[in-house]
Design a protein around this ligand. Structure first.
Ligand SMILES: Cc1ncc(COP(=O)(O)O)c(C=O)c1O
Length: 382
């Protein structure tokens, strides 16, 4: 492990292999909440401090993603960020959006709202659980406006190569919306390859709910209008004789109509201090070492692992199928080993390894797994 487990709240006796669902909270997050509470009391000065923390936090996200702080907005969730794009982009009948069939529903459902405007949704099939770049390439045509995929799949754990992905998408003049919810915080994210990057913060970024990251590549998409407006949208106070004539802020904060979830931003800021302090390359190396052990151990036992084996094609998630996933997760939970199981009743389980996990955690996982009979779902379909 890269950090003492005693730095987390309540993890004693728990083998926590489920950051892909929810991360544990750092004890120092309580100090961050205390700082927020103290600042909130300070009137105008307090608000200034909140804005300062938020700007500092955007700088840290910028460092993690290799982009500028003013291209980052804090929304409330990944789901909100994707919906924002549905309303912010201009659409024509005949346009299409390309997604893959191993995506989280929030990366798919918002685009279905465009059906009434004649915008098609094209869903690329997995190839034995693998999303092939060739298949994405074939699906993208001259009418493709957006390709929305995850850097690391929540379902299979597959990591896509960003440079190659961006070349495929941009060659056909489409826009790349990249969900980095399962990569940010555990492997490097080179955001500049995408046009938009969205992320939740309560998993690998070790923060809490209520803050979703939205990166806007202003160089590639300079004229993105804010679809939802409020007092934070305009560059200046509106003229009350003609309030609609305001000029939006030039940076990504134009997409945050009201106050940010400041308390969540304080927590994220604290989490980023921890992650950046350790260094993302070191975290990646550690997580890959552990996830490699999980991959090998499960495969040796006879489970069907659906995550690619190559380190560059995976991150911290290792996923496997089981006839009844609840049997597996409940047997583990009974021994205080936590993983995430079925989503929507589908027969796959996910083991997540992050910087706070140790080889002992992986040993403990296999100690329990050896007593669970190996099973497979009746069919691979999902
Ligand atoms: C890839 C991915 N995107 C988005 C989400 C949901 O994010 P939010 O709750 O921030 O909308 C999840 C949740 O598990 C996810 O796995």
């Amino acid at each position: 492990m890269l950090i003492d487990p005693s730095k987390f709240i309540g993890t004693e006796g728990i083998t926590h292999l489920c950051t892909g669902g929810e991360s544990p909270m750092l004890k120092t997050h309580l100090d961050a909440v205390q700082r927020f509470s103290e600042d909130k009391l300070l009137g105008e000065e307090g608000r200034r401090l909140m804005e300062e923390v938020s700007l500092g936090c955007k700088e840290k996200v910028g460092r993690l993603f290799g982009v500028q702080a003013n291209d980052i907005a804090f929304l409330t969730s990944t789901s909100e960020a994707i919906n924002l794009l549905v309303y912010a982009l201009d659409w024509n009948p005949g346009d299409n959006v390309v997604v893959a069939d191993v995506e989280f529903p929030s990366d798919v459902l918002p685009w279905t709202l465009l059906k009434e405007q004649g915008v098609d949704l094209k869903i690329v099939d997995n190839n034995n659980w693998h999303i092939d770049l060739d298949a994405l390439d074939k699906a993208i045509d001259e009418n493709t406006k957006v390709v929305n995929v995850s850097h690391v799949s929540f379902f299979t754990g597959q990591r896509l190569p960003l440079k190659e992905l961006s070349e495929i998408v941009h060659r056909k003049n489409a826009l790349l919306c990249l969900d980095v919810t399962h990569s940010a915080g555990v492997v490097p994210v080179e955001a500049q390859y995408a046009d938009f990057v969205v992320s939740s913060c309560y998993k690998w970024l070790m923060a809490a709910h209520g803050v979703g990251i939205f990166y806007w590549n202003r160089e590639r998409v300079p004229h993105l209008k804010p679809p939802f407006v409020g007092w934070h949208t305009p560059a200046n106070m509106p003229d009350w004789k003609e309030p609609g004539a305001y000029i939006p802020r030039t940076d990504a904060t134009r997409f945050t109509p009201g106050n940010e979830t400041w308390i969540g931003v304080y927590i994220l800021d604290n989490a980023l201090d921890c992650l950046l302090g350790l260094g993302i390359e070191k975290i990646e190396e550690h997580a890959l070492q552990l996830s490699g052990r999980v991959w090998n151990g499960l495969t040796d036992m006879g489970w069907e692992v659906i995550t690619p084996v190559a380190p560059e094609e995976r991150a911290g998630n290792v996923c496997f199928t089981a006839a009844d996933v609840n049997v597996v997760t409940q047997a583990l939970e009974a021994q205080d080993v936590l993983i995430f199981g079925a989503y929507g009743g589908v027969g796959r389980a996910r083991v997540s390894t992050h910087f706070y996990n140790s080889h002992t955690d992986v040993d403990r996982f296999f100690d329990v797994m050896q007593d669970i009979p190996v099973t497979r779902p009746a069919s691979n379909a999902h």
